[in-house]
Design a protein around this ligand. Sequence first.
Ligand code: GDP
Ligand code: MG
Length: 162
Amino acid sequence: MTPVIALVGRPNVGKSTLFNRLTRSRDALVADFPGLTRDRKYGNGLLGDKSYTVIDTGGISGDEEGIDAAMAEQSLAAIDEADIVLFMVDARAGLNVADEAIANHLRVNQKKTWLVVNKTDGLEEHSAMADFWALGLGDPFPIAAAHGRNVTTLIETVLEPF
Ligand code: GDP
Ligand code: MG
């Protein structure tokens, strides 16, 4: 069985950047425009002899209307399809009310969920993590997707049970 990993979180937290790292594909469009990826995108990756599938999503912003509602729907569909959910937040932006709304949904979901704090490059790791404990999703996992920092450790950790 190939585990499926869903990347969810607000627009612009770095989901597509991580997707590209994990799948080494250029399929996911990465840009400075928040919420550019509106559909689900699928990619495959390999860690040693373990293969996995990653789903990139457009993002959930908390108060959805119009296209945002469609994006949120994609995220919920991705969570349904996943064995592992990586909930990404932005260390630079700090904790956001939308993060709390997403966390509330994920806490009642039965899927194995990891809280991934991205953009920790140039930040002191411990203080960058401090805010995110309040989400009640356990130990925040610091990464810098754009630089690959801690990305291999993350994927090794989440795939460990598979
Ligand atoms: P998405 O909307 O969640 O898919 O976010 P993207 O992957 O498109 O990234 C949004 C912005 O954050 C882009 O400008 C990325 O270059 C930037 N970004 C992503 N990861 C990192 C990181 O680890 N560190 C920093 N400083 N910027 C990042
Ligand atoms: Mg994206």
